[in-house]
Each structure stands twice: as structure tokens, then as C-alpha cells.
Design a protein around this ligand. Structure first.
Ligand code: NAD
Length: 256
């Protein structure tokens, strides 16, 4: 389905981003990976699916790095056709205790980075009259949780950014949408499970059960593979007129 298209997936060395990169590659897209940590393992996983794969180590808190990454993708593959803004971090504390440096980092990585990738990639998409921007927001783009002020602010922000950019490209072949997952068991969430287990003196399994029971009525984690299937649908012709949505995949979280 995506043969000849190129996908740039930020934060794709791990978790949801890696799941997106694998699914896009399986559908025939060339993929540029990004993110911290080991890049060789993810690169090999994507390459094993047969498509072309590359990696750029841009720090998503740095606008100049981000522009260089988009330009590198265009130089290597000729285009950025599918842009998945996925890189993200979390920090948990009350507003009055929130480290200023963590606030700035979360806003930069979880929100401003998507402005910069879109600023750089949208002109090419509009020129070719085809493009897909998928912003990985969160249920926290729709509702809040205590102690996550920066994350909630950034994710509400990216839902707004998605809507504005979708309107600006509404008469073109470029669509801009957000995906809003609830709990997905990735390293980002495992840290929160570990903290809960340590604080409550319970097992890892019990901490996971409590985490789900608090917010996610299905009592099941969403998987990166399920989110990737939604991303593929949003890349398909059936989704040509889906614009500016914030699509929750959350086991009923925001239905409550
Ligand atoms: P993760 O920790 O597994 O992956 C995060 C990725 O972002 C990694 O590849 C990491 O290297 C990269 N990254 C972090 N800081 C970066 C930086 N400065 N520059 C470049 N790359 C950077 O987390 P995940 O759970 O897969 O999260 C991916 C996205 O999904 C995030 O935006 C997160 O907010 C969102 N999300 C996650 C969940 C969940 O339950 N896991 C729920 C809703 C939304």
C-alpha cells in the first residue's frame, strides 16, 4: 500500500514509535528512524522487512537538529510523505514541585518538536499534494490527570496544533490527525509501574493491575501494534477525508 512513500517516525527506537515504523515498513514504506539509545537493533528489525531504512539522531528538543533531520530524509529518500510525531517524555510531580527544566523539556519534546517537523515537512507534502501527518498525542490531550501538568499541557497543545494544521491543508491531499492512546505498556509507562510498585510495596503485576483499574475500563493495555494498524488506516485512501481528529484508543478511558 505504501510502496514508494517515505515515513519519518520520531522517537522510533522504542515503544509506540518502533511499532509504527515496523508497520509502515511492512506496508512498503521507506523509513527514517529517530530516537535515543540503540539504533542498530531497530534498524535491523525494519530492514528485515525488506524496505529501505535510515536513522537520524536528532534531539527533538533542538529545532536546528529537527530541521537537519527533515532535510536529511528528503535528501536520502526524496521526500517526507508520512510524518509520525511520536517522540515524548514524561515527568510526574505537582505543579509547585515541578522542576522548571523538566517543564521546558516536555513542552519542547512533546509539543514544539511537532511544530518544527511540520513546519519543515508540510511544504513538500503540499507541493506533491499528498501527505499524512500523525501526531501521537494521548488521552491526556483530551482529559487531565493530577501531577502531569506539563504532559497534559503539551498533549492538549498537540491536539490543537493538529486541528489548526488540518484546517490549513483541508483542500489538499495532506491530512493531519492525532492518535490519543490510553495506557500502552512501553518503557515510558513501565517507569510509572515501577514507581507505583515501589511506593505501594506491591508486585509489578499488582502495580499494573492498579494502574489500569484507576483509568482504563477495559483493564487491558493497548499495544503498539494496534496503534500502528490505526496509523496504516489513516494513511489509506479510505481516510482521505479524515482531518483534524483526535482519535482515542484507550479502553474506554475518556468515555467515563
Ligand atoms: P518510549 O519511552 O518507549 O519511547 C519514546 C521514544 O522517544 C524513544 O525512542 C526515545 O528515544 C525518544 N525520545 C525521547 N526524547 C527524545 C529526544 N529529545 N529526541 C529524540 N527522541 C527522543 O515511550 P512510548 O510510550 O512509546 O511513547 C511514545 C509516544 O506515545 C510519546 O509521545 C508518548 O507521550 C505517547 N503516549 C504513550 C502512552 C503510553 O501509555 N505508553 C500513552 C499515550 C501517549
Amino acid at each position: 500500500m505504501l510502496k514508494g512513500k517515505t515515513a519519518l517516525v520520531t522517537g522510533s527506537t522504542s515503544g509506540i514509535g518502533l511499532g509504527m515504523a515496523l508497520a509502515l515498513a511492512r506496508s512498503g514504506a521507506n523509513v527514517m528512524l529517530n530516537g535515543f539509545g540503540d539504533a542498530e537493533g531497530p534498524k535491523a528489525q525494519v530492514a528485515a522487512l525488506g524496505g529501505r531504512v535510515s536513522y537520524h539522531g536528532a534531539d527533538m528538543s533542538k529545532p536546528a537538529d529537527i530541521e537537519a533531520m527533515v532535510r536529511a530524509c528528503e535528501a536520502e529518500f526524496g521526500a517526507v510523505d508520512i510524518l509520525v510525531n511520536n517522540a515524548g517524555i514524561q515527568h510526574v510531580a505537582n505543579v509547585e514541585d515541578f522542576p522548571v527544566e523538566r517543564w521546558d523539556a516536555i513542552i519542547a519534546i512533546n509539543l514544539s518538536s511537532a511544530f518544527h517537523t511540520m513546519r519543515c515537512a508540510l511544504p513538500g507534502m503540499k507541493q506533491r499534494n499528498w501527505g499524512r501527518v500523525l501526531n501521537i498525542a494521548s488521552v491526556h490531550g483530551l482529559v487531565a490527570s493530577a501531577q502531569k501538568s506539563a504532559y497534559v499541557a503539551a498533549k492538549h497543545g498537540i491536539v490543537g496544533l493538529t486541528k489548526a494544521a488540518a484546517l490549513e491543508s483541508a483542500t489538499t491531499g495532506v491530512t493531519v490527525n492525532a492518535i490519543c492512546p490510553g495506557w500502552v505498556l512501553t518503557p515510558l509507562v513501565q517507569k510509572q509501574v515501577d514507581a507505583r510498585a515501589a511506593q505501594a510495596g506491591v508486585s509489578n503485576e499488582e502495580a499494573k493491575r492498579q494502574l489500569l483499574a484507576e483509568k482504563q475500563p477495559s483493564l487491558q493495555f493497548t499495544t503498539p501494534e494496534q496503534l500502528a494498524e490505526l496509523a496504516l488506516f489513516l494513511c489509506s485512501p479510505a481516510a482521505d477525508n479524515i482531518r483534524g481528529v483526535a482519535w482515542n484508543v484507550d479502553g474506554g478511558w475518556v468515555a467515563q
